[in-house]
Design a protein around this ligand. Sequence first.
Ligand SMILES: Nc1ncnc2c1ncn2[C@@H]1O[C@H](COP(=O)(O)OP(=O)(O)OP(=O)(O)O)[C@@H](O)[C@H]1O
Ligand SMILES: [Mg+2]
Length: 307
Amino acid sequence: MIEVKNLKKTYDNREALKGISLAIDEGEFYGLLGPNGAGKTTTISILSSILELDSGEVIIDNQNIEMQPKEVKKLIGVVPQEIALYEELSAYENLMFWGGLYEVPKNELSSRATELLKLFGLDQRKNDKIKNYSGGMKRRVNIASALLHQPKVLFMDEPTVGIDPQSKNLIFEVVEKLHKQGMTIVYTTHYMEEAERFCDRIGIIDDGKIIAEGTLDELRNSSSVKETIAITFLNLNDMDVKEISAFWGDMKQIENTVHFYSLNVKSDLSKLVLQCNQLGLEITNIEILKMNLETIFLKLTGKQLRD
Ligand SMILES: Nc1ncnc2c1ncn2[C@@H]1O[C@H](COP(=O)(O)OP(=O)(O)OP(=O)(O)O)[C@@H](O)[C@H]1O
Ligand SMILES: [Mg+2]
């Protein structure tokens, strides 16, 4: 359904995308997971024709986005990271406006808007002005506006950032429903829980590149790490880190904590504690981290997803 080949984009002199390639099947729920500045919004913006690409190719439902932009626009719905609504208009009026832009037939638009506002639990408030809505309510209207023309593909850029739990759950429910109905969804997030919960497949993006891709199980297995032993020290200087890495190569330092990757925590734990004691390092905390997207990401990049 979506084919992206070697996508590149530079802003001024900042290389935001360094050759992104993706292949997303029809009906697939694809998660693009990455930290701030990784290139998620840039990717989504190009895929949804909001932003021009420098080089590479994007095909959506057999249409090239550069050659057939109008056709592609009809196929896709976009929920941008920044909420775009008219504050002085009501939710219903906003939907009528966006529906007009998307050329939803007049005779269908009103019932479609009403139906979507109901789906998002806003039917009681639909005539209130947007300026009186909470962030979560605005976000729900924003998503509804992307669905008016019944797109085949939905792009969502961090749709749950900074909103209340109730709105978040409602959005999750709707998104899951759309997925069940067969919609192709591309969802960016830096919350690994969301990627783990929804996504059929996950692409981990960092610094303008996809650094790993697969189902959650594939990602877990590919990183050849079962668990992480996180040991925090009272102090840790460069010399200490050097000595630690000399006896345990498969490790990563994050401030005063060192993540030791282990295939056998039971036997490795006591070994590690002993070695650290021998180096005269004072341990203040030990934690065994289960393998999840956060630890996979950390292992791949040396960075934390939440920064
Ligand atoms: N309009 C712009 N002009 C210059 N640089 C930009 C612009 N938009 C994005 N960038 C840079 O491009 C890189 C990728 O940004 P992008 O917004 O795509 O990241 P992101 O993954 O969506 O991040 P976030 O999680 O913060 O939304 C960043 O280094 C960012 O500073
Ligand atoms: Mg972004």
